[in-house]
Design a protein around this ligand. Structure first.
Ligand SMILES: [Zn+2]
Length: 98
């Protein structure tokens, strides 16, 4: 399924979360890139190459890992490590706590 490609004028680009598969504003999602066979968080969106988008929460990371959404998103041959993403989310959650 393919949506219209003529969306470049959109003020608020949307991406699909690889965890819950819901669409969200790009700014609400964490970009994930792959460096050396590992998924790494790319909050600034500066890493080159393909990106996957995820709500920055464990609730979306877990189903993404279980469904092997990352290898699929990056068209990799095998499993990709997600420890760096998990650590990033844990740190983020700890900071958000009052
Ligand atoms: Zn999500």
């Amino acid at each position: 399924m393919r949506t219209s490609g003529r969306t470049h004028a959109q003020a608020c680009p949307e991406r699909t979360c690889v965890g819950c598969r819901r669409r969200a504003a790009k700014g609400d999602l964490l970009r994930i890139a792959v460096v050396g066979g590992e998924c790494v968080p790319d909050p600034r969106g500066t890493l080159p190459g393909r990106g996957a988008y995820l709500h920055p929460t464990q609730a979306c990371l877990d189903p993404a890992v279980r469904r092997r959404a990352f290898p699929r998103a990056f068209r990799g041959p095998g499993p990709l490590g997600t420890d760096a993403v998990r650590a990033f989310l844990e740190r983020r959650a700890a900071q958000a706590r009052p």
